[in-house]
Design a protein around this ligand. Sequence first.
Ligand code: GMT
Length: 380
Amino acid sequence: MNIGIVCYASVGGSGIVATELGKALARRGHQVHFISTETPFRLGEFQAGLAFHQVLTPTYPLFREPQYLLSLANKIVQVARESHLDIIHAHYAVPHATAAFLSRQVLATTGNGPAPRVVTTLHGTDITLVGNDPSYSRIVAFSIEQSDLVTAVSESLRASTYAELGVTREISVIPNFLDCAIHRRQHHPELRRRLAGDDPRVKIVTHVSNFRPVKRIDAVLRVFDRIRRTVPSRLLLVGDGPEGETAHRVARELGITGLLHVVGAQEEVVPLLSVSDLFLLPSAQESFGLAALEAMACEVPVVASRVGGLPEVIEHGVSGFLHPPEALDEMAASALMLLTDEARHEAIATAACRRVRVHFCVERVVPMYEACYLRLAGSR
Ligand code: GMT
């Protein structure tokens, strides 16, 4: 099939999932067209079956506002005509579901054959933080209702979409996934030595995100501060974003700047996760928590907030630990237990890795999307 994937190229779970989906679909014989403002993060080397179409949004002195919705819808129409798209798959509802709806209307009105079918995948903040804002909610809800098929990355996000946007249509849950052949613990003794030194008692605590307020970077530092008082440790911060400054400020306040390794946004997280002993994700909201899944796949126990879809990824006490977002003492206590009890650490790390391999590998999840496309193409 010819599939157009509309996604954000920036560092963020929805772009990563869209990119990995496109790569997997191309390996399965489909022709995939990424439609985005930049080459998607993690696209990697050229692969047969993949093409990239850049969305350019020209500026004009009269406009203070960039016209991204228009330029995106226009690009989708162009790609759909040139490449005979069967499916337009919008990742992240705002404004991609709206652009997909608009372009389908144009194609249905002006085309010779049937217009492509629109699939929208809801990722999280497109509903829980942005889409439910009264400035956007009516159009977001309408665009979701108008998609031919809608998926959400967790049961929790599906429930939020019904509750917060008043959407009534069917929404299928298709969880996020990883390429499990790549996401596995690797051996990197030199990297470990660079980050933790030669003392095997020094532990590496890691956080990976796009450093936005919802990730609660200050909580990451405060939990780490509690940990390092008992266990010699270093904090590895991977990613960048508006809260990058906060990390440095809070570290200075706590007097732990010397214990931090701040490495910015990284395309390759597996080596960094492979030298980690613990992963912290104390987010205020997380519809799924792809970063937690990546850590689990690399046998790194996760201590996270009990919010959104995280309980669908981590079973508390079995494959990681979940606590209320404000319970920093409890998070630190779970972390310290893991870092001081080798047998428990190994049991949780093994269960986490097994859970990923049983439920969240590309081979299990991508056929679910493929089945959606086939169902829609059949009814075209
Ligand atoms: O994190 C965001 O605010 C946006 C979004 C993204 O594009 O990265 O993340 C969401 O989608 C990810 C992929 O489905 C999920 O793993 C994240 O949990 C979710 N983030 C939130 O719900 C905060």
